[in-house]
Write a protein that binds this ligand. Structure first.
Ligand code: PAF
Length: 433
């Protein structure tokens, strides 16, 4: 293997910092497969990140010419850190005697669970860019990692997913139709905490809109959505055109049975087939290990869980809690359509659900009276036109057995018609145990 120029950033803020760094550089030079080493001067810098109060670092960068493959070089760095007494704590950003990060490995782009090269943060850290410049590295010629990476074709997605899987990464998928709000951001954040790589998708899926629904007018804002994904920690965003997603000959559809009947399924014929079809396609394209869906669309979640089981997709479906505005309104991309008065009135859904849950907590076990409670509170708001109130089992939304209820999920849907256009809002709440 020909020798490669690699750059290793080093730092220490515990013990005799200069001695730790000198020793690591000497040891690095002696490693078989490292042919030569030169390093920058040491610079002092304040600690970054959210660690506990700690002293400043002494930092620099070493340029090595090496025949070691990148993961072998990483293993050498980890061994030297351990030798210097670094214990890997449960929390990040603790004070440490030695920190060695592989910044560049030739021109390679590496995206594995243990190693991302170029280093994600190199260009944001003056204690890396300064020493690199001192070593004569042309920083403008070096790639910067500015996630999320925007992928707009299935082929581009397949390539990125292939890299992640080859690097042993777990993938979290957050399917969305864009117009992202804090509810979507919370899905990305939950995925970020559980998976090595997070893929958000933004695709307003024509298959799930009825002929008289708002496909053309559905709010679209790719730049804003990318900013939300960036802040929430997505690694990549898949935002294909309709033509890229469904080629002209596309003619396969997923039909989900009982789970898609009733509730939204009764009012929006074909809707859940459209959802199931696009989600199945996203599962296949992303090869994700986990898929994140909001509980606000409880029937959608139940349909997706059923489809996943029935068709045997090797993905774990994660239902995520509803995120609400401070006044209780469940976040939804369609809330932007509400006029000011309807926006105020729409909080009635949350109030109605809460009132019935309080009744349940006080001992009410009669389903009709719990449902009637929701209806009665919604009826206090003349702007709300109720579509339905139902009490179903909490997870799969199956009909509850007759008799007193010992739990379940209350679901409500209503239209608000006085804004820029009629807006249908959904909300639901699990009866408290
Ligand atoms: O909930 C949504 O935004 C959509 O129905 C989904 C799951 C992204 C499928 O288009």
């Amino acid at each position: 293997m020909p020798a490669i120029h690699a750059y290793v950033a080093f730092g220490s803020n515990l013990g005799d910092r200069a001695a730790h760094l000198q020793r690591a550089l000497q040891r690095l030079q002696q490693v078989p497969g490292i042919e030569s080493l030169r390093h920058s001067s040491f610079v002092e810098s304040a600690p970054v990140g959210d660690g506990p109060p700690q002293g400043p670092f002494l930092n620099g960068v070493a340029e090595v010419q090496t025949t070691l493959p990148p993961h072998a070089l990483l293993a050498v760095c980890k061994a030297l850190e351990a030798e210097a007494g670094r214990i890997l704590p449960a929390r990040r950003n603790q004070p440490r005697p030695l920190d060695l990060d592989l910044v560049f490995y030739g021109d390679a782009r590496i995206d594995t669970r243990e190693l991302v090269v170029p280093h994600r943060e190199w260009h944001r850290r003056a204690f890396v860019t300064g020493p690199l410049r001192e070593l004569g590295v042309d920083l403008d010629a070096r790639p910067r990692h500015e996630p999320p990476e925007l992928l707009d074709t299935p082929a581009a997605l397949a390539a990125r997913v292939g890299d992640w899987l080859a690097g042993d990464c777990t993938i979290g998928l957050v399917p969305t139709m864009g117009s992202l709000h804090d509810g979507h951001a919370s899905l990305v954040q939950i995925a970020r905490g559980e998976c090595d790589r997070v893929l958000a998708t933004i695709f307003v899926n024509p298959l799930q809109f009825g002929p008289n629904e708002d496909f053309a007018a559905y709010p679209r804002d790719l730049a804003g959505d990318l900013a939300v994904c960036r802040a929430a920690g997505a690694d990549a965003v898949f935002a294909p055109s309709v033509a890229a997603m469904y080629d002209p000959a596309f003619c396969s559809h997923v039909a989900v049975g009982a789970a898609a009947d009733g509730l939204e399924g009764a009012l929006r014929p074909g809707h859940f087939s459209g959802v199931a079809t696009v989600v199945a396609r996203l599962f296949a394209l992303s090869r994700a290990h986990r898929g994140y869906f909001g509980e606000k669309d409880a029937q959608q979640l139940a349909v997706i869980r059923r489809m996943t089981r029935d068709l045997g997709f090797p993905i774990r479906i994660v239902g995520c809690p509803i995120v609400r505005e401070p006044d209780g309104l469940a976040m939804s991309s369609r809330n932007v359509y509400l006029g000011a008065e309807d926006r105020r009135a729409a909080t009635v859904l949350h109030r109605a659900l809460r009132s019935a849950c309080e009744q349940f907590q006080r001992g009410e076990r009669d389903r009709d009276r719990l449902v009637a409670r929701v209806r009665a509170v919604v009826a206090t708001e003349p702007r709300a036109a109720l579509d339905y109130v139902m009490l179903r089992s909490a997870d799969d939304l199956a009909e509850l057995p007759p008799g007193p209820v010992d739990g379940g999920r209350l679901l409500v849907a209503a239209k608000f018609v006085d804004g820029k256009r009629p807006v249908r809002l959904l909300d639901n709440m699990v009866l408290p145990s």
